[in-house]
Design a protein around this ligand. Structure first.
Ligand SMILES: [Zn+2]
Length: 324
């Protein structure tokens, strides 16, 4: 079975100096662990902190991209870039794990179509419109509601991304932004990492009407393994300064996936861990090496192999191919 993770913050760790070619003890993701995990591919996000000015954001995105390209090239016996199903399967046939590229925070685009096109040419296949603050494109779910959804620039960007074939990612955006994107986008969209509001009230999670809205237009909502998204028991939990409490059971992740499937159908759900962007995970999933536990868990909940295959990669790959 092919497994494609919709969101991993590996490039942030790379630019801080971590060598992903090494089998680093105690980390969530590196190339040797990916190989051992049986995972087929992962979207590595060029993550742009909201605090960076737009020019700084662009420079930081390209700096991460260069370091990512350097590390992938240096480990061509383990990994290779992919942009779609075909390239992923070709890599897999050679025993290589596929690295897809995303951009997390459209601030780096500078509102310029040329930057969007350049990133697409470099292999970037989704752009998360914002991060933790409102930006020039749209409101964040953790912002102040500057625009009431998409800005005029954001509305223009939706059209440009549709034309170019870049997937629009609405993780981190406000609910009004998701509604605006659903009203404008003529292509299916993605929500690459988060969970369900019905089971945990964290602002980053999606309400059922938007899960349904995304899936009914052919899109995909990808479930995370981050404790704060999984249960309100972790409201106020500081991921950087843990208080020693036990992490949520893997069953909580399965609960969110089951709920998303109940709302969206099995064609509308995917996996988006947020590895390396978080310090804590649900129990058992501390390393990508144990990702098979998630698949086993879904089997134990009664999902068939073909249903799990859809969630594990096919739904996200379908959203990517639908952009053409
Ligand atoms: Zn994120």
């Amino acid at each position: 079975m092919n497994i494609l993770d919709a969101h991993c913050d590996a490039p942030t760790q790379m630019i801080r100096g971590r060598d992903f070619g090494a089998d680093n003890p105690g980390v969530q993701v590196d190339f040797p662990k990916m190989l051992r995990s049986g995972i087929t591919g992962s979207f590595f996000a060029l993550y742009i902190p909201a605090r960076l000015s737009n020019e700084e954001a662009t420079a930081y995105a390209f700096a991460q991209l260069e370091e990512l390209k350097r590390q992938v090239a240096a480990n061509s016996d383990k990994v290779a870039f992919a942009t779609d199903r075909e390239s992923m399967l070709e890599n897999a046939s050679k025993g290589l794990v596929s690295i897809f590229i995303g951009l997390e925070n459209g601030s780096a685009l500078l509102g310029r179509r040329g930057v969007l096109e350049e990133l697409y040419a470099e292999g970037v296949r989704y752009v998360t419109l914002c991060h933790s603050e409102d930006n020039d494109i749209c409101d964040s779910c953790t912002g102040f509601g500057r625009w009431g959804g998409l800005s005029p620039l954001g509305r223009k960007l939706v059209g440009e991304m549709n034309e170019l074939g870049m997937v629009i990612d609405v993780a981190h955006t406000s609910n009004d932004t998701v509604r605006d994107v659903l009203g404008l986008s003529v292509k299916p969209i993605a929500y690459t990492h988060g969970c369900c509001s019905s089971l945990c009230s964290h602002k980053r999670n999606l309400p059922d009407d938007l899960i349904r809205g995304i899936s009914s237009r052919g899109g995909v909502v990808c479930m995370s393994i981050y404790p704060c998204f999984l249960s309100d028991d972790y409201a106020g939990f500081d991921d950087d300064n843990p208080d020693g409490r036990a992490m949520p059971e893997l069953a909580k992740v399965l609960d969110h996936i089951e709920h998303a499937v109940a709302v969206a159908g099995v064609e509308g759900v995917g996996f988006g861990t947020d590895y390396e962007g978080i310090n804590h995970t649900a129990k058992g999933l501390e390393s990508i090496e144990n990702f098979g536990l998630l698949v086993d868990g879904l089997k134990s909940r009664g999902f068939s192999a073909s249903e799990i295959a859809k969630m594990a990669s096919e739904n996200l790959l379908r959203v990517i191919s639908a952009q053409k």
